[in-house]
Structures are given as structure tokens and as C-alpha cells.
Design a protein around this ligand. Structure first.
Ligand code: UT7
Length: 331
């Protein structure tokens, strides 16, 4: 991971659509109940984008907050990366729409399809561009409008997912700055790709009446298998980050895990006896927002006085692919 320079988190921002879908609302739509959802997932509500809001619109609001936090103008940004699996269109990338809406011109802009690990993949790529000396300020966004791909007849998935966006500005750190991204590790196990998939609408099953009739335009998931893999993989990712940096769990101030299910988060922490008091849990408010989940939770934790500048933070993600990863940073 060597390089000429190091990167730091210069600014953060997030956005949750105003409209809220509670467990009680879902009780009226599908055979479920608040108690089951809270006990099995920890989710109480999720936010839903308005019909006139596309993913890029959520990105722009989060990005503007991050720019303000970093005290930078859009002209200062050298590259835009958007982690999303629910982009505005099949093509071109959502990052290009974000670029224009923000008023940026001619800078490299692209999407990352790594599902719930999309934001960590994005930060990892941005970190490398800064380390190499190529760019100084990079906007990384994780954003999803997942509710457009939910089958509200499938109680196992529709209760889980929500919409939102989170953004970071990664900037070149000054020499000697201690608040830097220390490490990033990313992985994928394609042999388990079918466990969580949105099968229709791509080149394998192009959009057709048959695809719609079979519900292949919705997300489908083998919940229990995903649960087991999520716990095992995120725990492994955390260990990998700690070992690489030669630090013990008590030297980490906060873990910000992917917010999929509170029981998954608790089980990951339990694997290496990390106290839940130092784990950020925001899934109750957001549901699973895939690529947006980590920057949303991080932003919430900073705004609520939990995460503070100078602290050591471990991020870990897991998602469809099956993708996974970790980032260890000093904020
Ligand atoms: O970013 C990664 C994305 N995905 C995830 O993180 C999801 C990972 N998986 C999970 O979070 C959990 O597997 C679920 C929340 C999806 C399901 O929880 P579970 O504890 O694994 O439940 P289960 O699938 O073992 O189902 C237990 C029972 C079943 O009934 P029977 O067969 O025992 O009679 C289900 O039919 O709960 C039933 N059930 C529900 N009941 C009420 C499943 N969904 C619901 C529901 N409301 N929404």
C-alpha cells in the first residue's frame, strides 16, 4: 500500500429522504409485524426516496454537505466515485450525472458496483489515486434507491432495505498528519454470487415481460446463508485489518460495520469480544442501505458526538458478490 502521499477524510455528509416507512406501515403491506422485524433485524424504519428523486439526487445533497464540511468547492475536486447498485440508469454512470448536477467539469467520474461494499471499494480506489500523487481531492459517495427494486410481497427482503446517501471528501494529507487512512483490504467471492442477486435487466436476462412476470426485476436473497457469511466474513476482515496494522481491538475506538442487521453486527463484535458500546449501530433508523450504509452511519456517529477527530476507526463491509472489506483510519 506504499505511495508518495497519504489520504485523510477531509469532509463528510449524508442524506436520508424525508419519507419514512415504518414497520407498522409494512404490517399493512405484507404478513409481518413490528416485533418480528425488531427482534430479528433491529430495524424500526427505513427512508424512501420520492418518486421524483433518482440516486444522483441523493448523492448531490450528501456531496454538498461533505464539500462544505471539507471547506472545499466543487472546482477543487479531481474525481468522483459513486458506489451504487441502483444507479439512475443502466448507462451511463450515476457519477456523470452527479458531476453535472454539482457543476464539476471534465473530471474522471465513474460508478462502482460492489453492492454493500461499494463505498469501501470506492474509498480504497480513491486512496490509491491520492497515494500515487495523481489527485488531491476525491469525492466518494455511497448511494442507493433500493426501494425501487423491492418486491413488497416478499417479506424476507422488503422489510430490510431503504434509501439514502453518504459522501466523503478524501484529500491528500499534509506531511506528518496522523489522521490518515492507514489500510484498506477488499475481497470478493464470486462463487457465492447467486445468494443475493437482482437477476433481471442485464445481458443474461434482458428486460422482458417474462422477466417481470417471474419477478426477476426484484432483488432476491437467501437470507440465512447471507447472514452466516456476513458474520464470518466481516469478522475475518476486522482481524485482517488489525493484524496488518499490528494493533489490538482495544486500540480501536469505534467499529463502523455495514448496517444490514443488528444481530449480524452483534455477532461480528462477539467474534473477537469487541464491546458493543464501541460499535456504531444505525440500522434501526435506516434499514440496509447497501453502499450508503457505512457513510450514513459514520456521519450520524460524528454528528451525535460519538466519533471524534483523532480517533481510530475500523470500517467493515459485506455485500452481494459476495464482496467484503475493511478500512482502518484515524479520523
Ligand atoms: O447486506 C447484506 C444483505 N442481506 C442481509 O444482510 C440479510 C441477512 N439475513 C438476515 O438478516 C436474516 O436472515 C433475515 C432477517 C432475512 C431473516 O431472519 P432469520 O432469523 O434468518 O429468519 P429465518 O429466515 O430463519 O425465518 C424464520 C421464520 C420463518 O418462518 P418458519 O419457517 O420458521 O415458520 C420465516 O418464514 O420467520 C419467517 N419470516 C418472517 N416472519 C415475519 C421471514 N420473514 C419474516 C417477516 N415477518 N418479515
Amino acid at each position: 500500500m506504499a505511495g508518495l502521499y497519504r489520504s485523510r477524510v477531509a469532509g463528510i455528509g449524508s442524506y436520508l429522504p424525508e419519507k419514512v416507512l415504518t414497520n407498522f406501515d409494512l404490517e399493512k403491506m405484507v404478513e409481518t409485524n413490528d416485533q418480528w422485524i425488531v427482534e430479528r433485524t433491529g430495524i424500526e424504519r427505513r427512508h424512501v426516496a420520492n418518486s421524483d428523486q433518482a440516486t444522483s439526487d441523493l448523492c448531490v445533497i450528501a456531496a454538498q454537505k461533505a464539500l462544505q464540511d471539507a471547506q472545499l468547492k466543487i472546482e477543487d475536486v479531481d474525481m468522483i466515485i459513486v458506489g451504487t447498485v441502483t444507479g439512475d440508469h443502466q448507462m451511463p454512470s450515476t457519477a456523470c450525472f452527479v458531476q453535472t448536477k454539482l457543476g464539476a467539469k471534465n473530471i474522471m467520474s465513474f460508478d462502482i458496483n460492489a453492492a454493500c461494499s461499494g463505498f469501501l471499494y470506492g474509498v480504497t480506489i480513491a486512496d490509491q489515486f491520492i497515494r500515487s500523487g495523481m489527485y488531491k481531492n476525491i469525492l466518494v459517495i455511497g448511494a442507493e434507491v433500493l426501494t425501487r427494486y423491492m418486491n413488497y410481497k416478499d417479506r424476507e427482503t422488503c422489510i430490510l432495505f431503504g434509501d439514502g446517501a453518504g459522501a466523503w471528501i478524501l484529500s491528500r494529507a499534509q506531511e506528518g498528519d496522523k489522521n490518515i487512512i492507514e489500510s484498506s483490504h477488499s475481497h470478493a467471492d464470486g462463487s457465492l454470487a447467486d445468494l443475493l442477486i437482482l437477476p433481471g435487466g442485464g445481458s443474461k436476462y434482458p428486460q422482458s415481460q417474462e422477466v417481470i412476470d417471474k419477478g426477476m426485476n426484484f432483488m432476491s436473497m437467501k437470507g440465512r446463508e447471507i447472514f452466516k457469511n456476513a458474520v464470518r466474513t466481516m469478522a475475518l476482515c476486522c482481524r485482517e485489518a488489525l493484524e496488518y496494522n499490528h494493533i489490538s481491538p482495544d486500540q480501536v475506538d469505534w467499529i463502523v460495520p455495514h448496517q444490514a442487521n443488528k444481530r449480524i453486527i452483534e455477532a461480528v463484535a462477539d467474534q473477537f469480544k469487541f464491546p458493543m458500546e464501541r460499535v456504531i449501530v444505525y440500522v434501526n433508523e435506516t434499514g440496509n442501505t447497501s453502499a450508503a450504509s457505512i457513510p450514513l452511519a459514520f456521519d450520524w456517529a460524528v454528528k451525535n458526538g460519538k466519533i471524534k477527530r483523532g480517533q481510530t476507526i475500523l470500517l467493515t463491509a459485506f455485500g452481494a458478490g459476495l464482496t467484503s472489506g475493511s478500512i482502518l483510519l484515524r479520523y
